[in-house]
Ligand binder design. Structure first.
Ligand code: GCU
Length: 326
């Protein structure tokens, strides 16, 4: 009898423990991105994950899947929309197809310089764009600096004429496609992960990206001329699905949002360092960085703005708002 009582007590105790551990249930959020683990953005997101874990006392954990393990950027956004993924690091170019407000970042030479670009990101415009995906099932938590993009090819690109007739890989962004057409190249949209082979096998003649991604994706092994034309500054964007955000308590949501902003500040420092290091690395690999007269490229893409004024009044209004940001 006494024994039975003891057993009953133990069983009740175990059940109570199980109950408590369920109350402290851990929410694990899956984060997907397409860079490798040496990339600055992976490091910034690792800080994001660590801060979230620490500030929620381990109740919210973020598991990062790098190198497109869970699919390319478009597939990751779709997985998020279907509820199979919580967080994705994408890029404003890829996002244009989901939410047109992001196209502002894909317009060449819209930003006067890096300072102007940062001001826009931190302005109401930047916030509006992050929220613009909400009816597509996700919001942007923050932007990650991704430098300025330049064209690279197996031959030097010194003027817009040098791009004529080249097959140029672009991100799947209608604005990027329009830009390359304006420059009289042949735009070829491809996922990032497919580009190394496409360059190596001559499926495309050229591409465009920032210096860090150029070397870390090993494109610098197969293309030896990088033009510092800085045609766009396209940020990466950290997205979370509405459903995943709503699974969290209000307090946890605040922690996630704050940690994202903190990691974005950290990224600015990481970026500067990594860009310099990667340029030095590429130079050692025999890559020539070409200083170009940017005004030639600016003039060549100007008709895009006339076109937008005529055909996309909403976007043109946004362009004017961006231009006014001091
Ligand atoms: C950058 C950006 C990536 C993007 C890539 C691309 O490296 O950070 O998110 O996928 O450009 O050109 O596809």
């Amino acid at each position: 009898m006494q024994n039975n009582k003891r057993i009953l007590n133990i069983v009740t105790g175990v059940m109570l423990m199980l109950g408590t551990s369920q109350a402290l249930a851990v929410t694990t959020l899956k984060l997907s991105h397409n860079q490798n683990r040496d990339h600055a953005v992976h490091k910034a997101m690792t800080q994001f994950a660590n801060e979230v874990k620490e500030k929620t006392n381990g109740e919210v954990r973020i598991r990062i899947y790098s190198d497109s393990q869970l699919g390319n950027q478009r597939e990751s956004i779709e997985l998020m929309q279907n509820g199979a993924l919580d967080i994705a690091k994408s890029n404003a170019a890829e996002l244009e197809a989901f939410s047109p407000a992001y196209s502002i970042f894909n317009l060449p030479y819209l930003f006067r310089d890096k300072g102007h670009y940062q001001q826009v990101i931190n302005s109401d415009i930047g916030k509006e764009i992050l929220n613009s995906g909400q009816n597509m099932g996700f919001i942007g938590l923050t932007y990650y600096d991704a430098g300025a993009r330049g064209f690279y090819a197996k031959k030097p690109i010194r003027t817009p004429e040098d791009l004529k007739g080249l097959k140029i890989r672009v991100q799947p962004s209608p604005t990027a496609i329009a830009m390359v057409k304006e420059l009289e190249g042949h735009p070829t949209p491809l996922a990032y992960g497919e580009l190394y082979t496409a360059l190596q096998q001559g499926v495309v003649d050229a591409a465009e990206n920032n210096i860090t991604s150029f070397t870390l994706s090993r494109h610098s092994e197969v293309t030896k001329f990088f033009s510092l034309d800085e045609h766009t500054m396209i940020p990466d964007v950290l997205l979370i699905s509405n459903n995943s955000l709503n699974k969290l308590t209000t307090e946890q949501q605040e922690i996630v949002k704050k940690a994202a902003l903190n990691s974005s500040k950290y990224m600015i420092q990481l970026w500067e360092k990594s860009e310099k290091e990667e340029q030095a690395k590429a130079e050692k690999q025999g890559v020539e960085f070409i200083i170009v007269d940017k005004t030639l490229f600016q003039d060549a893409v100007k008709p895009m703005y006339d076109d937008i004024a005529k055909t996309q009044p909403e976007l043109f209004e946004m362009v004017n708002r961006v231009r006014k940001v001091e």
